[in-house]
Design a protein around this ligand. Sequence first.
Ligand SMILES: CC(C)(COP(=O)(O)OP(=O)(O)OC[C@H]1O[C@@H](n2cnc3c(N)ncnc32)[C@H](O)[C@@H]1OP(=O)(O)O)[C@@H](O)C(=O)NCCC(=O)NCCS
Length: 173
Amino acid sequence: MSDEVVLRAVRESQSERSEIIFPGDANALGNLFGGRLMQFMDLTGAMAASRHARAITVTASMDHLDFVAPVHVGDLLILKASVNRAFKTSMEVGVKAMVEDVRKQRLRHVSSAYITFVAVDQNGAGLVVPQLLLETDHQRRRYEDAGRRREMRAGETARRKRLREELTADWHL
Ligand SMILES: CC(C)(COP(=O)(O)OP(=O)(O)OC[C@H]1O[C@@H](n2cnc3c(N)ncnc32)[C@H](O)[C@@H]1OP(=O)(O)O)[C@@H](O)C(=O)NCCC(=O)NCCS
């Protein structure tokens, strides 16, 4: 097996998705449900992760999710995702959601999240992903920040994993 490190540029996997919000996705106030927005963010993030890995990816965790402003029925929602850092089998993807004011040609930030995806094969076994080729200072800053977030997340991920292992197979609430 080759030990050669595969590099892939951020721009090769950057992904975008647009949605017009319909009443079926709204609450009684006419605002988009948070869970539906999370779904759009997860899907857009998965596009970037799968493009980077050139493989199936599964969502491992979503953190630092901020709902900054509401999204209304009729709004044009724009979601953008890019891989911040690739680790071994996992990748942190930053997803930003914005509403486009089509008359004023302006974008309003409504939400953002960091989502970790793991690349897997058809049997669900982890796959080593390419490392990121960093081309701009902005990408280098996001790469460094993703490393710090992984360190912060690691202790909690390990603690929860131990807890799950202690539970019996028939455990339920
Ligand atoms: C995510 C998943 C593949 C991790 O499996 P695991 O056996 O815990 O794997 P490991 O401990 O070997 O970790 C594999 C990678 O995932 C990362 N990881 C695991 N749990 C994580 C978490 N909660 N948050 C962030 N990263 C996580 C590890 O850091 C590791 O990354 P690395 O290879 O880049 O170092 C597994 O828990 C899974 O399949 N979960 C369900 C995923 C899914 O179905 N998502 C859709 C929701 S319905």
